[in-house]
Design a protein around this ligand. Sequence first.
Ligand SMILES: Nc1ncnc2c1ncn2[C@@H]1O[C@H](COP(=O)(O)OP(=O)(O)OP(=O)(O)O)[C@@H](O)[C@H]1O
Ligand SMILES: [Mg+2]
Length: 139
Amino acid sequence: MSVTVEAPPRAAAPATARLHYRPESASAARRLVRRKLMDWELHELADDAELIVSELVGNAVRTGCLTFMTVKIRRVTAHIVRISVRDGSRTMPVLLKAGEDEECHRGLALIHKLTHGQWGVTPDEFGKSVHADLRVPFG
Ligand SMILES: Nc1ncnc2c1ncn2[C@@H]1O[C@H](COP(=O)(O)OP(=O)(O)OP(=O)(O)O)[C@@H](O)[C@H]1O
Ligand SMILES: [Mg+2]
């Protein structure tokens, strides 16, 4: 079996921002991902990416950590865009089932839906990073 590994396109440098644990950071994170997706001419991913990063930042804010979270958008491959938010809490996220009319616990369920289950958590020494992958549409 042969496996083709596609390198990310040139000029696919990631974008990163260190943001305070405050609700206002969500809008800075949305701007960061939208701007980067425009650079990559992936306009069609921008709305989903903004929703995802808003939910990830919202969850990071609720950890109540101090100093900064790190928001990042990068091309994992030519066909996968990864959005991640690292926070300083070692508590892991839990995908909760929200009822149809419930207003809470919808964030990760939304991310799960938008990424077709392609999201995850990577713990590190002092916290963890939660990432969500969007597939670049063909054509
Ligand atoms: N970054 C995180 N650090 C620690 N716990 C998290 C993190 N993200 C999510 N969680 C946990 O997972 C649960 C589910 O997250 P989710 O985003 O689905 O719902 P929510 O944040 O409770 O509500 P909503 O997103 O609808 O405002 C949270 O209640 C929280 O307990
Ligand atoms: Mg949430």
